[in-house]
Design a protein around this ligand. Structure first.
Ligand code: SAH
Length: 396
């Protein structure tokens, strides 16, 4: 076992159970581990702080498995962590409400770099750290034993984070049968098709589940703009809740194809009420403004604009522009649901950006509700980085 000895005082974050050890905290290593190997962390005074996996190419050099020096990192520990993570979900949702949920949410569930989502009878995994990669087969084995009725496990380890760890993208069936081209899932009264092979993330934005329901509560009779619609989630939930019409806007043609199929699939939605625009939201919203179009309910759910600390200021201009355009299209008394999924943008900063947009739009907004990622995407109390999705539900 290789020992990593930290600089003086750098043990503090581990004593606070933060799961990441940055390269500048490490004074020296005794031995030469391979990527993904388990290493032991010690303070400069020789106190054992726990065990983690080594990621030589990442700034986050070690991701912790345990803060207990007496515990060993082995198959039994992995099995226990997976079982606990899956077990915690048992109380979250009734089977008849949804058959799609996140079973493992990486660091927040004590399994750094590993995400597992369940879509009906299928599991979709993403492994984005050297440590998660090392224990991949054990994690999959534990999942198969815990969920014997699952037909197959598919891997979507193609996120950018993987390349920062020096890992090649890995996509394909890991165990059991190959999933169908599109998996149908249920969420509340709606059904959605999920493309686990080519869809975003593992195929669907499960993290917006609760927000889709909260936003739909304002949809009855509304003309809805679903900007950055992806496969239609918010708009279809709004139609199911009685919206008069929905305009979906997204850059991705394949995503809109699924949005159309989803619309047809939900009997409550008549195709006449839906409009699908393939285009850049920034341009489409400007065009709507020039045409004098307006909406009762607007959803703004852009992709992650902030990819690094340095990009925060530039990205905040993107968020402000999109919110400014959105607010201008909002009818008096209308509802705006606006989101940021950049973990580097704090809830306070996001609120300031929306405030500045309202100021420039010369519109008053009330915040009705603060929104965040769904319950099956928990945020660890010792790991604030785990809160990435935040939103504001506002009334004009
Ligand atoms: N609201 C969706 C998730 C949105 S993800 C849901 O609940 O399922 C962000 C989406 O924005 C992606 O589908 C991506 O294709 C789209 N996108 C990214 N940049 C865009 C742009 N400039 N204009 C339009 N769509 C964009």
């Amino acid at each position: 076992m290789v020992d990593f000895i930290l600089h003086p005082k750098r043990e503090l974050s581990l004593l606070r159970r933060h799961p990441w050890v940055f390269s500048n905290a490490i004074a020296r290593m005794v031995g030469m581990p391979y990527p993904g190997d388990t290493v032991r962390l010690l303070s400069d005074k020789g106190v054992v702080l726990g065990y983690g996996s080594f990621s030589p190419l990442s700034q986050i050099q070690v991701r912790m498995w345990t803060f207990d020096g007496r515990e060993s990192v082995d198959e039994a520990l992995i099995e226990r962590l997976v079982a606990e993570s899956v077990g915690r979900r048992a109380v979250l949702f009734a089977e008849d409400f949804t058959d799609a949920l996140r079973l493992i949410n990486a660091e927040a569930d004590g399994i750094p770099g590993c995400v597992v989502d369940k879509y009906g009878d299928w599991l979709v995994c993403s492994f984005t750290s050297a440590g998660a990669e090392q224990w991949k087969l054990e994690i999959v084995g534990a999942l198969r034993r815990l969920l014997p009725s699952c037909k197959g496990v598919y891997e979507r380890s193609d996120a950018d984070a993987r390349s920062r760890e020096g890992l090649e993208p890995c996509v394909g069936t890991l165990a059991g049968e190959e999933p169908p081209e599109r998996i149908e899932i249920r969420e509340g009264g709606c059904r959605f098709l999920v493309d686990v092979r080519a869809g975003h993330k593992t195929g669907f934005y499960l993290d917006q589940r609760e927000n889709r329901a909260k936003v739909a509560a304002y949809a009855n009779g509304a003309e809805v703009l679903n900007a950055f619609s992806y496969t239609g989630g918010f708009g279809i939930a709004a139609l199911a809740a009685g919206a008069a019409s929905v305009t979906h806007v997204d850059l991705s043609e394949p995503a809109l194809e699924i949005a159309k199929a989803n619309t047809e699939r939900n009997a409550i939605c008549t195709m006449g009420k839906s409009e699908f625009i393939c285009g850049n939201v920034f341009e489409v919203l400007r065009k709507f403004r020039d045409q004098g179009r307006s909406f009762d309910l607007i959803i703004l759910d852009p992709p992650k604009f902030v990819t690094s600390k340095a990009a925060l200021q530039k990205a905040s201009r993107g968020y402000k522009d999109i919110n400014l355009l959105g607010i201008k299209l909002l009818r008096p008394g209308g509802t705006l649901a606006t989101f940021s999924c950049s973990e580097r943008m704090s809830p306070d900063f996001f609120r300031t950006v929306v405030m500045e947009a309202a100021l420039d739009a010369k519109r008053d907004l009330q915040i009705i509700s603060h929104l965040q990622q769904a319950q099956d995407h928990p945020e660890g109390i010792f790991f604030p980085e785990g809160l990435y999705l935040k939103g504001l539900l506002c009334r004009a």
